[in-house]
Design a protein around this ligand. Structure first.
Ligand code: ADP
Ligand code: MG
Ligand code: MG
Ligand code: MG
Length: 748
C-alpha cells in the first residue's frame, strides 16, 4: 500500500448502495488486466520483496514502563516528504508505508530484490538494518521501532504515550482508544464500517493460559460503562468465560507481521507457486510463532492469526449462522428485501452458498459465510496449464461461498479464454465481500486505466496467500520489464525481533519458492487439511508438539538421491574444501563423512487420501529424513545449482562469496533449529520469560513492570547487545556468529 490519497470516505450506510457498483466495475477492471497481461506476459524475472511492520515503543527507565507511541506518526510523512527526510529513504533504498496503528510503520525495500542474484539474498538484512536506523534517526532515543508481533499490554489501562481514553466513536472499544488508529480517514472509517456492517462490535475470545492463580475471568471488562449501546455486548454473549475478550479491530490489525511477495515468470508459474506455498502457510505460522500475550494476559495459544481474523470480521449474524444478541439485527447493517423469506437455522443453501430466497434490497443473495475476510485461502488456483499438472479437483474440497454473478461473468463465452473455472471460482469467492471503504471522489473510475475498485475488494481479502495480478497501464507505460507482473504474496508469518531472523525467514520463503519453481515438487493435499493445519499452528509450542498434514514425503515427485549432500553441511564443504566431492552434476554424493540427520518418520498418526496425505512433525517437513529431502535441502540445492557465480560453481575461492554463503547458512540454521526444537520460538521465549519472572504471580497476568522488562529484553535482543539473552533465544552457535560477524551498516 502506498501513501494514502485524501478524499471523503463514505459511511457504511451511504456506501452500501454502491457495493455492486464497486464489484461490477472491479470485475471489469480485472478482465481488462487479464486482457492486458494474461496471455502476452510470459517472461518476467523472479523478483521478490519483503514487508516489515514495526511498533514505536516509548520506554521510561525511571518509571519502568513501556508504551505504544501515538504522537510520532509524522515521521512517516517526513520520510516521504521531499522537503524533509525523503532523501534518507531514497538514498538507502527503503520505503516507509502507513499501517493501521498510529504507533506503527511498515517498511520495504524501495526496489524489489533480484531472486537470481545471491548478493541480493544477503543484502536483505542490510536493507532491514537500514530501515531501522533511518526510522530511529527520526525518533528520540527512548522511542524504539520494535518488531514484536503483539504489544503485550495493548488494551490495558494506560498503554499509550501520551495516554488516551478508550471512548472513541469509531471503534467504540472498551479498551482501545481511537487515538491508536492511523489518522488518515480511511482507517477510522474502516473500523467503524466493519462494526456497522456486522451489526455489532467484533468479538475475539482467546483461551486464558491456565495457571494456579488464574481466575479464568477477564476482569478487565468495565461493567458499568454506558457510552454506547455496544457497551453491554460482553454481557449478552460477546465475551466467553475463561477467555480474554477483545472488541476492536486494533487488537488484530495493530499486530505486526512479515510478508513476502514473489513474481512468477508468467501467470501459470505464479498459480503453481501459489498452490505449492499453500501447503507451507500453517507450517511457517507455527515456525514463526511470536504472540503468547494479549491485553495483559498470557493466553493458551502462540500466534496472532485468529485475533486478526476476528478483529476484521464484518460478517452479520445470519452470515455466521448464529443467533443475534437479544434486540440485535440478524442481518446486521444489510438492508434486506422485505419479500425475503425469514431464514431458519436449517434453511437450505444452494451450491454458491446463497440462502434460498433471501436477498438484500439491491438484489444480492444473502449467503452463509463460514470464514472471515482475514483467513486461510479457500481454493487452489490449479496448475492445469503448467508443466506440472498435478492438481486434481478433489483437492478443492471445501465449497466456499461464491458470487454467482461474478463467477458466471468470468466463465462466460466472452471471458472464459482468460479465466478458467479455477480462476473464476477464486475471484468469485473474493467478490462475495462488500467494499469496506469507498471515497466519494472515487466512485466513478476509468476501467481501462484504473483498478481501484478491483483492489478495493482484493486488498481487503486478507488471506494466507494473495494472488496479485499486475495493474493497468497506458500503452506508453506498458513495459513488462519495468512494471510488476503476476505475483504471489506469502502472508502468514509473524514478525521476528531481529533483522537477522526476519532476513532468515524472508530468505527461506523466497529461496524455497525459487526451489519449488525449479524442482517442481507436488505439494497438493486436500485444502481442508491446510485449514486443519492452521488451527493446529495456533497451539502452544505447536512447532514441536503437533503433527501437520502434508503431502506424503515420498509423494513429492522428487528423487531423494538428487538431494543427498545438500544439507547444512554442504556450506562447510563448499566453502572450506571446494565442492569437488559433489562430483559432476547429477551424480549422487557418496562421501561417508556426511552424517544424515537421524530423523526417521516417527509416527504417522493419520493417513488420508490413499496414503498421499499424512501427518508429520515440522522437523520432518523442514529438515527431512534419511529417506526424504525436506524443504531445507531443496533450498540448499537451488543455491548450489542456480545462485553461484559460474566461475566458482565448483570451488569457493573468494572470501566475499564465502561470507555470503556463511550468512545464508546461518539463516537456514535458524529455521532448521527452530524446526527441530534446539532453539525456541519467540512465543516460547516470551512465555518462559513471564513464567520465570519474580514479578509474575501465577495468575496469567502481565503487569506494567513485567511488560517493561519484556520490552527491555526485546530491545537488547534486537540490538544484539546481550550475549546471555541472545543465547537463550538462538543458542550458542548462532549467537557466536551474530556477535563475531560484522553486522553494522552505515547509511548512504
Ligand atoms: P502490499 O502492502 O500491497 O502487500 P507493498 O508495496 O507494501 O504491498 O509490498 C510489496 C512488496 O513487493 C515489497 O517488498 C516490494 O519490494 C515487492 N515488489 C515490488 N515489485 C515487485 C515485483 N515486480 N515482484 C515481486 N515483488 C515486488
Ligand atoms: Mg505493504
Ligand atoms: Mg502491512
Ligand atoms: Mg503485503
Amino acid at each position: 500500500m502506498g501513501l494514502l490519497s485524501l478524499g471523503t470516505p463514505l459511511d457504511w450506510h451511504d456506501s452500501k448502495k454502491y457495493n455492486d457498483h464497486v464489484r461490477e466495475n472491479g470485475i471489469t477492471q480485472l478482465i481488462n488486466i487479464f486482457k492486458q497481461h494474461g496471455p502476452t506476459r510470459t517472461n518476467d524475472t523472479f523478483l521478490w520483496g519483503d514487508e516489515v511492520e514495526y511498533m514505536l515503543v516509548t520506554i521510561d527507565d525511571e518509571k519502568k514502563w513501556a508504551r505504544l507511541t501515538i504522537d510520532k506518526d509524522h515521521i512517516l510523512d517526513d520520510l516521504n516528504d521531499p522537503q524533509k527526510s525523503l532523501h534518507k529513504s531514497v538514498d538507502n533504498n527503503v520505503l516507509f508505508h502507513p499501517e493501521y496503528g498510529r504507533f506503527m510503520i511498515e517498511a520495504t525495500p524501495a526496489k524489489p530484490y533480484n531472486g537470481n542474484s545471491l548478493a541480493d539474498y544477503v543484502y536483505v538484512e542490510e536493507n532491514m538494518i537500514k530501515r531501522r536506523i533511518v526510522s530511529q534517526s527520526e525518533l528520540p532515543s527512548n522511542i524504539k521501532p520494535i518488531t514484536l508481533t503483539t504489544f503485550p499490554r495493548m488494551g490495558c489501562n494506560i498503554f499509550t504515550s501520551p495516554s488516551a481514553k478508550p471512548i472513541g466513536p469509531a471503534s467504540q472499544s472498551l479498551f482501545l482508544p481511537d487515538e491508536i488508529i492511523n489518522r488518515h480517514v480511511r482507517f477510522p472509517t474502516l473500523t467503524a464500517n466493519i462494526r456497522k456492517r456486522r451489526g455489532c462490535k467484533v468479538a475475539i475470545n482467546l483461551p486464558m493460559y491456565p495457571d494456579i492463580n488464574t481466575k479464568l475471568l477477564d476482569d478487565s471488562i468495565p461493567k458499568s460503562r454506558d457510552l454506547f449501546k455496544s457497551d453491554h455486548e460482553p454481557f449478552i454473549g460477546a465475551s466467553k468465560p475463561g477467555h480474554v475478550y477483545m472488541d476492536s479491530m486494533g487488537f488484530g490489525m495493530g499486530s505486526s507481521c512479515l510478508q513476502i511477495t514473489m513474481q512468477g515468470k508468467n501467470i501459470e508459474e505464479a498459480r503453481y507457486l501459489y498452490d505449492s506455498l499453500a501447503a507451507i502457510t500453517a507450517i511457517m505460522l507455527s515456525l514463526s510463532a511470536a504472540a503468547p500475550i494479549f491485553k495483559g494476559f498470557l493466553v493458551n495459544q502462540d500466534v496472532r492469526w485468529n485475533v486478526v481474523s476476528g478483529a476484521v470480521d464484518d460478517r452479520t449474524f445470519i452470515e455466521r449462522n448464529i443467533e443475534p444478541y437479544p434486540n440485535y439485527n440478524l442481518f446486521g447493517g444489510l438492508n434486506v428485501d422485505l419479500h425475503s423469506k425469514l431464514p431458519s437455522k436449517t434453511q437450505s443453501i444452494n451450491e454458491f452458498g446463497d440462502l434460498n430466497g433471501v436477498f438484500t434490497k439491491e438484489g444480492k443473495p444473502i449467503q452463509r459465510v463460514p470464514k472471515s475476510r482475514y483467513d486461510s485461502i479457500d481454493s487452489y488456483l490449479a496448475d492445469v496449464n503448467f508443466s506440472t499438472n498435478y492438481f486434481k479437483d478433489e483437492y478443492n474440497d471445501i465449497n466456499p461461498p461464491i458470487n454467482e454473478k461474478v463467477f458466471n461473468r468470468l466463465s462466460s463465452k466472452e471471458n472464459h479464454h482468460l479465466f478458467d473455472k479455477y480462476l473464476a471460482k477464486h475471484f468469485g469467492h473474493l467478490f462475495i465481500r462488500d467494499p469496506l471503504v469507498l471515497f466519494s471522489e472515487r466512485i466513478n473510475q476509468d476501467n481501462e486505466l484504473e483498478n481501484d475498485h478491483f483492489e478495493n475488494i482484493q486488498s481487503t481479502n486478507w488471506q494466507t496467500l494473495r494472488f496479485k495480478p499486475p495493474a493497468l497501464y497506458t500503452p506508453e507505460e506498458l513495459d513488462f520489464s519495468k512494471t510488476p507482473g503476476w505475483r504471489v504474496e506469502f502472508r502468514p508469518m509473524e514478525i521476528q525481533l531481529t533483522d537477522f531472523e526476519n532476513a532468515a525467514y524472508s530468505n527461506f520463503i523466497s529461496l524455497l519458492s525459487k526451489a519449488i519453481i525449479k524442482f517442481k515438487p507436488n505439494f497438493y493435499i486436500p485444502i481442508s487439511k491446510i485449514e486443519l493445519n492452521m488451527k493446529l499452528a495456533h497451539n502452544v509450542d505447536s512447532v514441536l508438539d503437533e503433527k501437520f498434514w502434508f503431502k506424503a514425503l515420498d509423494q513429492w515427485n522428487l528423487n531423494n538421491n538428487d538431494f543427498i549432500g545438500y544439507d547444512l553441511s554442504w556450506f562447510d564443504r563448499f566453502i572450506y574444501e571446494g565442492n569437488d566431492e559433489l562430483g559432476k552434476e547429477g551424480e549422487v554424493y557418496m562421501n561417508g563423512t556426511i552424517t544424515p540427520t537421524s530423523n526417521t518418520i516417527e509416527s504417522i498418526t493419520d493417513v488420508d487420501d490413499g496414503g498421499i496425505t499424512q501427518k508429520y512433525s515440522i522437523n520432518e517437513i523442514i529438515n527431512g529424513t534419511d529417506k526424504f529431502p525436506g524443504l531445507i535441502r531443496l533450498v540448499i540445492k537451488v543455491i548450489a545449482t542456480d545462485l553461484l557465480p559460474t566461475d566458482q560453481s565448483h570451488h569457493c575461492d573468494s572470501e566475499e562469496l564465502a561470507r555470503k554463503l556463511i550468512t545464508i547458512k546461518h539463516y537456514l540454521l535458524l529455521i532448521s533449529n527452530r524446526a527441530n526444537g534446539k532453539i525456541p520460538t519467540i512465543a516460547h521465549w516470551l512465555r518462559s520469560k513471564v513464567l520465570q519472572s519474580h514479578l509474575y504471580k501465577q495468575d496469567s497476568k502481565v503487569s506494567e513492570e513485567l511488560n517493561y522488562n519484556l520490552i527491555k529484553d526485546c530491545v537488547e535482543v534486537t540490538d544484539l547487545s546481550d550475549k546471555y539473552l541472545l543465547e537463550g533465544l538462538f543458542g550458542e552457535v548462532i549467537t557466536d556468529y551474530l556477535l563475531t560477524s560484522n553486522r553494522t551498516t552505515t547509511l548512504s
